[in-house]
Design a binder for this molecule. Structure first.
Ligand SMILES: [Zn+2]
Length: 161
């Protein structure tokens, strides 16, 4: 599969200006020392991280966040509810807290988990496609060597999804 022709730019047909998108992205971050005399008011950080505008355009698709389950914040709120409700009776407080916990879990965390479980495989697939893409600096285009499709860097998502 990985023949030389696979890396030829579909627009100019050359290989000399072609680089892997993932490599450009990783090299797009550069760290420069932040102790130049141009920084007038003290040094906040020893370095400044910059990202090239090309690297920004060809960034990989963002990973969906795992929502997790009941978190500490949620448990804390339920505990507050329990404390407030326990001023009436502790059985009532226990009942309402358990009911609330069930409702929050069922209507908030279950749907979030479901959405995440659907998004994660899509993202895995998108990342896999993204890692196969190449960029030709002569034509300023991103292309998939397997399909020959090419788009400007701004429209990289067309080759990912
Ligand atoms: Zn080219």
């Amino acid at each position: 599969m990985a023949t030389e022709t696979a890396f030829r730019c579909p627009q100019c047909g050359e290989i000399d200006a072609v680089r892997k998108v993932s490599a450009i992205y990783n090299n797009g971050f550069s760290t420069i020392p932040n102790d130049s005399p141009l920084v007038p008011y003290g040094v906040v950080d020893k370095t400044i991280t910059t990202i090239t505008s090309l690297a920004q355009k060809i960034a990989p698709p963002p990973e969906p966040k795992d929502p997790g389950g009941m978190n500490l914040g949620c448990l804390f709120l339920l505990f507050i509810v329990f404390l407030i409700a326990s001023t009436t009776s502790w059985i009532f407080a226990l009942g309402i807290t358990i009911t609330l916990a069930f409702l929050v879990n069922y209507f908030l965390f279950k749907p979030l988990q479901k959405e995440y479980k659907e998004l994660k495989p899509e993202w895995d697939e998108a990342i896999r496609r993204w890692s196969e893409l190449y960029y030709c600096s002569r034509d300023d285009c991103v292309f998939n060597p397997n399909t020959g499709e090419s788009v400007p860097p701004e429209r990289i998502s067309a080759l990912i999804y």
